[in-house]
Design a protein around this ligand. Structure first.
Ligand SMILES: Cc1ncc(COP(=O)(O)O)c(C=O)c1O
Length: 493
């Protein structure tokens, strides 16, 4: 991470300087002012006066302060940032993908519609589902869409007033309860076992006729596989309820297990996590939602389908249309049809890896997480011992006697040039450090990370102040997290 200090453009501003002069225009100023409504007219817009070179340097230097997966390891559990092949970025920026307008006529978009149609097929095969919508713009958006589909299904069956509750384990990602509530359900929290799995007694005690469904992440947010998933699915289905799969952790099982086979009725994926788009950093994301057959009528409009009218035409590409009047659909969920660039990258990624290589994603993500867990479990504490999936949760609890917390370790890691792991999540583990090395880190890099963690643990014992003061080598020292969240002020003074 650079220690560069960047001056604000406002600090360099000087009325004498000029960046760019717009070409002379014949349009009269009065004419322009007449066309702009009075309330939007301003004399001064308050932009800094700087040269073009200064602007270019300013933004380049700001970019140097950024930390990304190309600077170093990014072991952020639950919000994976892994290597994403550059080739896929190139493919997504080809003119035919990037320069089309989403509202162009279908017959000018045959290739792109085919990509969506074929990708839907692939995602169905990977997940064991019957149809997908590619529209949602993020994981949380997918959750909201999935919950709305479940609500529409029960409404159609005349059960909207009776199926009002969604069960969610206490270890769930925060977006799960938020999405269920936004879609009009109330949430009932299910207890977790010590290993972070669903507590079956708590589940059975809460499985009442009002339960519309359960939202589960498998592997769950503690990185553990729900071993009772078949029994859970049977219990829910016998109760007339549906199962929702939060697929943000699909990289751990891809190619080996399918949510559809586990009994899930609805699933969302985070393409910007599992399928070749970096997670975070301002998007765009993509959170497709897959459903079992009985829920297809409720998928959002539009859907890419084969036009039955043109049956005489043999080529699939020439028969694809976007149909946007499915009567039972929950409706359109965004202005454009999808985050198309992310779909292109996913498609390229799946075609490149193929059915057999995709399994290595799961193997390596699980292997890497377990390697880190085993190498560090004597330095930190592993409350959930045993084989984990794609991420492991360690705890800084043993360092409490030196006054050191999980946050101190996370901050000190920044001094060593690492992005910190997720901390204080999942909530069921005290002083949690949730590490997802991802499938794309080499053993050499994992060893360097492990060694750094060991050095930091030793520092915590010998010289805790080093950790308390950290980070000291970053452009901004330790911020007051609570103040930053509760009293946010991003304005330049
Ligand atoms: C388990 C889980 N569910 C849901 C989400 C929400 O996804 P998004 O950030 O795309 O809204 C995440 C984010 O990483 C997650 O880890």
């Amino acid at each position: 991470m650079s220690t560069l200090k960047v001056e604000l453009l406002y600090e360099r501003s000087n009325a004498e300087k000029e960046g760019y002069t717009l070409p002379y225009t014949e349009i009269e100023e009065d004419y322009v002012m007449d066309t702009i409504p009075k309330q939007w007219q301003r004399d001064k817009i308050g932009l800094p006066s700087v040269t073009e070179t200064e602007v270019a340097r300013h933004f380049y230097n700001l970019a140097l302060l950024n930390y990304g997966v190309e600077n170093g390891m990014y072991p952020l559990g639950s919000c994976t940032m892994k290597y994403n092949p550059k080739m896929n970025e190139e493919i997504a920026s080809l003119n035919g993908f990037q320069k089309v307008h989403p509202l162009q006529m279908d017959d000018t978009l045959a290739g792109n519609l085919f990509l969506m149609y074929d990708l839907e097929d692939m995602l169905c095969a990977i997940n064991g589902m019957d149809a997908f919508t590619l529209a949602p713009a993020a994981g949380a958006h997918g959750e909201y869409v999935g919950m709305s589909i479940i609500r529409a299904y029960f409404k159609d069956r005349g059960e909207s007033n009776t199926r009002t509750k969604i069960l969610i384990p206490e270890s769930a990602h925060g977006t799960n309860p938020a999405s269920a509530i936004s879609a009009g359900f109330s949430v009932v929290e299910i207890k977790s076992t010590k290993t972070g799995e669903v507590d079956m007694d708590s589940l059975k005690a809460n499985l009442t006729p009002e339960v519309a469904g359960i939202m589960l992440t498998n592997p769950n947010t503690a990185g553990m596989f729900e071993k009772n998933i078949k029994e859970i699915a049977d219990l829910l289905h016998r109760n007339g309820s549906l199962l929702y799969y939060d697929g943000a952790n699909l990289n751990a099982i891809i190619g080996y297990a399918r949510p559809g086979d586990m009994g899930f009725d609805v699933v969302h994926l985070n393409l910007h996590k599992t399928f070749s788009t970096p997670h975070g950093g301002g998007g765009p994301g993509s959170g497709p939602v897959g459903v079992k057959e009985r829920l297809i009528p409720y998928l959002p409009n539009p859907r890419v389908i084969l036009n039955e009218v043109n049956k005489h035409n043999e080529e699939v590409e020439d028969r694809l249309i976007r149909k946007d009047d499915f009567k039972k659909s929950i409706g359109r969920i965004r202005l454009t049809d999808s985050s198309f660039g992310v779909l292109v990258k996913t498609y390229a990624y799946l075609l490149t890896l193929g059915e057999n290589n995709i399994k290595n994603v799961a193997v390596n993500s699980v292997l890497n997480a377990n390697y880190v867990r085993v190498m560090l479990k004597d330095d930190l504490k592993c409350y959930i011992d045993g084989i984990c999936m794609h991420e492991c949760v360690l705890s800084a609890k043993p360092l409490e006697k030196y006054g050191i917390t999980a946050l101190d370790i996370a901050k000190r890691l920044m001094d060593y040039g690492y992005h910190p792991p997720t901390n204080y999540f999942p909530l069921i583990i005290p002083e949690a450090l949730m590490i997802e090395p991802t499938e794309t880190e080499s053993k050499e890099d994992l060893d360097k990370f492990i060694e750094t963690m060991k050095i930091i643990v030793q520092e915590a014992k010998d010289n805790p102040k080093l950790l308390k003061d950290a980070p000291t080598k970053t452009p901004i020292r330790r911020t007051n997290d609570v103040k930053a969240a509760k009293d946010l002020n991003v304005a330049w003074k």
